[in-house]
Design a protein around this ligand. Structure first.
Ligand SMILES: C[S@@+](CC[C@H](N)C(=O)[O-])C[C@H]1O[C@@H](n2cnc3c(N)ncnc32)[C@H](O)[C@@H]1O
Length: 283
């Protein structure tokens, strides 16, 4: 499959699934996982999602005159938070036209149109900014969907100003995973969530360094993330229970169930992880 055709498939997936699944069953604006503190569960999901956004962006030293590109911006929850908290300008990029409409509506409600904009782009191909023009490239759990991450990171390097930061979190396979464990635990995630492959921390590090960026830190959130997997498992078991008592779900729910199961299986067995990375273009 070519990069462009994979992008079209991902765009269609997010056009179709953003409202009925992500916004309905996870959160109305943040489509990523939470950073939980001891004792928190999905009842405190909102604050854990905001904590994750903060954890990824806060080491970048954003200023009110900074330009931030949010690569794979969803419906704009993180982009709007950055604009509100730091007063910066944010341009969100997504491959889903429907997400752009939803994000623009949220931006209008928040009266942040002068600070926050959204554009269509396939980040596996091109980031629509001039060389050396952006202070921070930020991305939350999106690059796992990009079919050409090497190209995305080369483009990130190209558009960053000298001294600019690349700050992201992403879905990873555990380092040193065997080929057979990858096939058993990670490939089903890729198949169910429209991804070509997942990086490991080592393979990501190679791509980042090959593009010319210097890695400042790569952080595994450890046990704080496992509550996400437990929440997915509880959600899956609730669907099964409701089905067993005769509740009729729409046929599309079959995909959501496969997605939940493949993800919590790999996560709870420690073959899957979500980590954050901070990298920098030399000044
Ligand atoms: C799991 S969502 C994360 C959304 C957002 N970062 C957040 O945290 O709320 C993944 C996002 O990546 C976007 N995406 C996937 N592949 C893309 C590509 N090739 N180019 C641009 N955006 C892409 C999707 O449209 C979606 O907005």
């Amino acid at each position: 499959m070519t990069t462009a055709s994979h992008g079209q498939q991902v765009g269609q997936y997010f056009n179709d699934q953003t409202e009925p699944f992500y916004l309905e069953y996870w959160d109305s604006e943040d489509i990523h996982f939470g950073l939980f503190e001891p004792g928190e569960d999905e009842n405190q999901l909102k604050q854990t999602l905001k904590r994750m956004t903060h954890a990824v962006i806060s080491p970048t030293n954003i200023q009110p005159d900074s330009l931030v590109v949010d690569a794979g911006c969803g419906v704009g929850g993180p982009a709007l938070d950055l604009a509100r908290i730091y007063g910066c300008k944010v341009v969100g990029l997504t491959i889903s036209q429907h997400q752009i409409e939803l994000a623009q509506a949220k931006t209008a409600t928040a009266e942040l149109q002068t600070q926050v904009q959204f554009e269509y782009a396939d980040c596996s191909i091109h980031l629509p900014f001039p060389d050396n023009s952006v202070d921070v490239v930020f991305s939350m759990e999106a690059a796992c969907h990009f079919s050409d991450r090497a190209q995305f990171i080369r483009e990130t390097y190209r558009i960053l100003k000298p001294g600019g930061y690349f700050a992201f979190n992403d879905w990873l396979a555990q380092d040193n995973i065997s080929a057979s464990d990858y096939q058993t635990f990670i490939q089903p995630i890729c198949d169910n969530w429209v991804m070509v492959s997942l990086e490991t921390r080592s393979s990501y590090s190679q791509l980042i360094q090959a593009a010319g960026l210097e890695i400042v830190e790569f952080v595994d959130f450890g046990e704080a993330m496992l509550e996400n997997a437990q929440a997915l498992k509880r959600s899956y078991l609730t669907f099964l229970l409701q089905e067993s008592t005769g509740h009729q779900f729409p046929p599309e729910m079959a995909l959501w169930k496969k997605q939940l199961k493949s993800l919590y299986d790999a996560w709870l067995n420690r073959y899957f992880t979500v980590e954050r990375c901070l990298a920098r273009k030399n000044a």
